[in-house]
Design a protein around this ligand. Structure first.
Ligand code: SAM
Length: 452
């Protein structure tokens, strides 16, 4: 693995950089596998993760001794855990130290695909609302899939350019910008990133990062927290951006307390001495990463009147048919997107109406299903959400049957006619419909496992 010489040269004066250790690490071929478990999808299997080494800065994060085939693990598809690089889970620690009261907070994940930070945010802000945005359409589909599998009802997935959020002034309590970057921190995991690296690209990324921050900063309330991160080692994309933020906005940079055994390197930017946190992979058990946090000092604590859009409501008859299928807590409100009935906690309805006016919403809350005459057709989103297992009976499959289900192959179960949730280790995977002479498999075709 040949690390670009210009990158090595550019890092010589950066705190914690050791060129020999850096090059040796990239030569070593060592890899690290880590996952973050979903505390809302508890199964007997989950406790098995406790045998693994915990990631010190994130209570739900674990290192695995080797990389299993995640594709062939039904629990992966059930959203029991997310495969996430360990350093980036430090976001959990930053949140714990900057936002202790999480109730009813609105959080904006600006660059969200494939969904690592958003699933972490949805977990941390379980009583809040996470707007998880991705500008690139195809990547927004992957984001949607991962958010759906995670199964929490407090997420809205949008597919917008950051500047389209400008009308949501003073709206969010926190903004996370995990910015597109030159990617040097992931060289060990992705050798192709080495070929794409250039000094010119570092400059272009730095400009793009500034643009994304400038486009979204006004969405933050007074007192709100901006968290900025990259997986680049280049100071132009890290400490220099921290200085740029301090130059252009009225913010206070926040120092994060570190435990010595984490071996994370605290740096300070040249001009404003803003604290940032660097993850050097020869010091930390994780990939290259940078993160810094800021508090906004000016602006308003409340969004002024922002235009809203009425959502399509569900009829009494539709609610009755839905409730004959599933009883949901009265904390939820229903609305319709095309023919699909969705559920969102009632306290977020106004916010969904605001977001719907200004953004392209791919998914808000949980799709419950649609009404066809007297019949209710449940959505896959409902199956893998934490709403389903509370109320619907499940048929537990063994591993082989679960994989057949996830491949959309035929398999047999003995059960009464009608709709059933199928599960693995108690965690729902999706719906089937049992007919007199066959079983219809409702696992989404586009998500089916192709690997044998
Ligand atoms: N936060 C994600 C996670 O933890 O899974 C990773 C985000 S990745 C580092 C950066 C994302 O920014 C990519 O999904 C990329 O498509 C998106 N992106 C690229 N150009 C962008 C732009 N101009 N504005 C906003 N996002 C952009």
């Amino acid at each position: 693995m040949k690390i670009p010489e210009q990158l090595i040269q550019s890092l010589h004066n950066t705190k914690g950089f050791n060129s020999k250790a850096f090059e040796a690490l990239h030569e070593s071929g060592e890899t690290i596998t880590s996952i973050r478990i979903n505390p809302f999808k508890t199964t007997i299997e989950k406790s098995a993760f406790n045998q693994y080494e915990n990631i010190g800065w994130c209570e739900n994060g674990y290192y695995l001794p080797e990389r299993p085939s995640f594709t062939l693990d039904p629990l992966f598809h059930a959203g029991a855990y997310y495969v996430q690089e360990a350093s980036s889970m430090f976001l959990w620690q930053v949140l714990q130290q900057t936002i202790t009261d999480t109730a009813d907070k609105k959080v904006f994940d600006v660059c969200a695909a494939p969904g690592g930070k958003s699933t972490l945010l949805a977990t941390y802000f379980k009583d809040g609302l996470v707007v998880s945005n991705e500008v690139i359409k195809q990547r927004a589909n992957i984001l949607n899939e991962n958010i759906t599998k995670w199964g929490l009802p407090n997420v809205v997935v949008t597919n917008n350019d950051p500047k389209q959020f400008q009308s949501l002034e003073n709206y969010f309590d926190a903004i996370v910008i995990d910015a597109p970057c030159s990617g040097s921190g992931l060289f060990r995991k992705d050798e192709e990133a080495i070929d794409e690296w250039s000094e010119n690209n570092v400059q272009l990324c730095s400009q793009r990062q500034q643009r994304i921050i400038a486009d979204t900063f006004n969405c933050l309330k007074q007192g709100g927290i901006l968290i900025y991160s990259t997986c680049s080692y280049s100071t132009e994309e890290d400490e220099a951006i921290a200085d740029w933020i301090c130059d252009n906005f009225n913010v206070t940079n926040i120092q994060i307390q570190l435990q010595a055994e984490w071996n994370i390197t605290e740096t300070q930017s040249v001009k404003h001495h803003a604290y940032g946190y660097r993850f050097w992979p020869y010091l930390v058990k994780g990939e290259g990463f940078f993160i810094a946090a800021f508090k906004k000092n000016d602006g308003d604590t409340d969004a002024n009147k922002i235009k809203t859009q009425q959502l399509v409501t569900t009829s009494k008859n539709e609610i009755e048919v839905l409730q004959s299928f599933i009883q949901l807590s009265s904390a939820y409100t229903f609305f319709k997107q095309n023919e699909t009935i969705r559920a969102i906690e009632s306290k977020w309805l106004n916010d969904i109406q605001t977001l719907a006016k200004h953004l392209f919403i791919k998914k808000a809350g949980i799709a419950i299903g649609s009404v066809k005459g007297k019949d209710f057709i449940p959505s896959h989103e409902l199956a893998v959400s934490i709403l389903s297992s509370e109320t619907l009976a499940v048929i537990d499959l063994d591993k082989e049957q679960a994989l057949q289900y996830l491949r959309r192959q035929d398999f047999s179960v003995t059960s009464e006619k009608g709709w059933h949730l199928v599960a693995y280790c108690g965690l729902p995977l999706g719906f089937i419909k049992v007919l007199p002479n066959r079983i219809n498999n409702y696992y989404p075709n586009e998500w089916r496992i192709l690997k044998q």
